[in-house]
Design a protein around this ligand. Structure first.
Ligand SMILES: Nc1ncnc2c1ncn2[C@@H]1O[C@H](COP(=O)(O)OP(=O)(O)OP(=O)(O)O)[C@@H](O)[C@H]1O
Length: 600
């Protein structure tokens, strides 16, 4: 990870931000640019008209001629006209910026979400990458527009400064020098503080994420019951406050230091201004410049100084924006491991799935989760995996659905290494219900349809899948049937019981009708005994030629499988049919007799 950026390398991000805005909406960007140029030229025009007015007034007072009076009045009208143009350009710029802000915010968020979709599961679980994504999401949707408006404002101020400086040059090149020198310390201080603010922001990502998590625990409906019952609310709130205090103190120190430096350096600027003021007054009194010139130079000096300090201040802000943006691009450019496979069929169709000496350790974990797994599952075969918690059953599934590659050994489907398969083709062949399946806050029908996005809205398929997953009877009893909104997040949502949600998830797996592999990770843990029995009774008929891999702790269901693999500490320690394993008198027989005894 890059730790700190030099101002020069950050300039590149300014350009990238402009490119991003340009791609977001060309016309708005173009109008904004034109208005910027106009508004950059106006301050000098106003200052010069002021001089014309004063000199005109002095002349008209001296001569008393009507024509001179008219000229003075024309200059006043001219200044009024310029001010109207100025207010129109300002309004126009604000409008363009508001529209661009919304569009760009959306564009950047979509970029981040698109990137999130390409991340591998292991990258999601990497807390550094997760922090990077949080940082990017937190700030980067507002930062690009801020960087772009900042860049435009910079151009405007530079233009204004050049034209004002040009006018001041006629008085004295020294005055121009004073103008610039007085603002330099402010600039250096701002840039330094901006860098510091960014480093704090960056360091904070884990804490910010903790805060978001605590907020979720306290304020989300699905956690509310446990949090209330265990009276965890005050504890979580205290932790939340404590994190805030820590972050606040750090931020406060910086804000205070920044404020006092800005005040000190600002005062230096004011003193310089009044020194120059006295000089210009003395020159006028000595008759070396006209009264109109004096007005012009004072306006130019005052305006020039404000413009310069705004410009330098905005440079600090731009630097800060660019630093934040570097974080966004760091995330967007995160390397995704190349997808090697592109095959849509294997050399031995009908060979089924083979694990050949597969070992695996989760990234950052000290203990292997799978060790030397060898297994063959033929088409149509039903395999049950049993074993203690943490013995590696879910991990085996994770590898089968290619969420992670094995560290050694290989897994084949139809005789071809999984890594060589096109991921989409592979995933289309697998229907799966995970232990922690998702309860989508959509309609009942969509909850099932999501199992096969290509047929998402096809009602007959919903009905069939719901039938197989035993969800149809209770869905039809809902007031709006398959169109009922599920969950409590949105209006009129129907909350289901744990077992009913599980039946929905099971139906979703059955929705994948083309899948020839069905993976069921504790699919009936929340179901009543009757439902469970019925599902497994029908499993053979429902899955026919499909491979079904079932993880369960209930031996009453496990016994129906053709093949049972007993796992322990990442290894398969026993394998065979129910009868064979009972006859073996090993671990399976022991566990089975324990459960059977419980029912007697
Ligand atoms: N995402 C992960 N990152 C790191 N380690 C993990 C991860 N998931 C599981 N593990 C570890 O891998 C081992 C196997 O876990 P796995 O989830 O495969 O067990 P399991 O047999 O499915 O357990 P259970 O019956 O409780 O579902 C455990 O020691 C666990 O701590």
């Amino acid at each position: 990870m890059r730790s700190f950026q030099s101002p020069v390398s950050l300039l590149g991000y300014g350009w990238r931000a402009v490119g991003l805005v340009w791609r977001t909406h060309r016309w708005l960007t173009l109008i904004l640019a034109v208005l910027t140029v106009i508004s950059g030229l106006l301050p000098a025009a106003i200052a010069y008209t002021g001089k014309l007015i004063v000199d005109g007034v002095v002349l008209a007072a001296q001569t008393g001629e009507a024509v001179d009076r008219h000229w003075a009045l024309r200059y006043v009208a001219l200044e009024a006209g310029i001010l109207v143009v100025q207010s129109a350009t300002q309004q126009g710029m604000q409008t363009c910026q508001s529209l661009l802000r919304v569009l760009l915010g959306q564009q950047v968020n979509v970029l981040i979400l698109e990137k999130a979709l390409t991340l591998e599961l292991a990258q999601f679980e990497d807390s550094e990458i997760y922090d990077q994504m949080t940082r990017a999401r937190q700030e980067a949707s507002s930062r690009p527009i801020s960087l772009v408006t900042g860049s435009f404002a910079l151009a405007k101020h530079l233009l204004a400064l050049l034209t004002l400086g040009g006018l001041l040059l006629a008085f004295s090149p020294w005055a121009v020098g004073i103008l610039f020198l007085a603002a330099l310390p402010s600039f250096i201080a701002e840039t330094r503080f901006a860098g510091e603010a960014f480093r704090i922001f960056r360091r904070r990502a884990p804490e910010t994420r903790q805060q978001v998590y605590l907020e979720t625990l306290i304020a989300r409906e699905d956690f509310a019951r446990e949090v209330k019952l265990y009276q965890l609310g005050p504890l979580f709130l205290d932790r939340y406050r404590e994190i805030f205090q820590r972050l606040y103190q750090e931020g406060r120190d910086l804000t205070l230091r920044r404020g006092s430096w800005n005040f000190g350096l600002g005062a230096l600027g004011t003193l310089t201004f009044y020194g120059a003021y006295a000089w210009i007054v003395l020159e006028t009194v000595a008759g070396r410049i006209t009264l109109g010139d004096m007005t012009l130079y004072l306006t130019v000096f005052r305006q020039g100084q404000t413009t310069l300090s705004t410009l330098l201040g905005s440079l600090g802000g731009l630097y800060e924006d660019a630093l934040y943006l570097s974080n966004l691009y760091e995330f967007l450019e995160l390397r995704i491991p190349p997808c090697l496979g592109g095959a849509d069929h294997g050399p031995i169709p009908g060979d089924g799935i083979r694990f050949e000496g597969v070992s695996f350790r989760y990234p950052g974990s000290s203990k292997p989760a799978l060790q030397n797994i060898t297994l063959h599952i033929r088409p149509g075969e039903k395999l049950a995996l049993v074993g203690k918690n943490g013995s590696g059953k879910t991990t085996l599934i994770n590898l089968l659905v290619r969420m992670y590659p094995p560290d050694s050994g290989r897994i084949t489907l139809d005789g071809l290494d999984l890594q060589k398969w096109d991921l989409e083709v592979l995933h289309r062949r697998i229907g799966v219900i995970f232990q922690n399946f998702v309860r989508y806050q959509f309609t009942a029908g969509e909850n099932i349809g999501l199992g096969d996005v290509q047929h998402l809205q096809e009602r007959p398929r919903w009905f069939l899948a719901a039938e197989k997953g035993m969800a149809r009877p209770f869905i039809e009893e809902l007031p709006q049937g398959f169109d009922a909104q599920l969950g409590k997040w949105f209006r009129d949502g129907e909350e289901l019981s744990g077992g009913q949600w599980q039946k929905i998830a099971l139906s979703r797996a059955f929705m994948r009708s083309q899948a020839d592999i069905l993976v069921l990770d504790e699919p009936t843990a929340a179901m009543d005994a009757e439902a469970e029995y019925e599902i497994f009774e029908r499993l053979h008929a429902l899955t026919q030629d499909q491979i079904a891999i079932l993880i369960s702790h209930r031996f009453s269901t496990v016994r129906m499988a053709d093949q049972i693999a007993v796992m322990e500490e990442g290894r398969i320690v026993e394998q065979g049919s129910h009868a064979e394993l009972l006859a073996l008198g090993g671990r399976y027989a022991h566990l089975f007799s324990l459960q059977a005894a419980g029912y007697q």
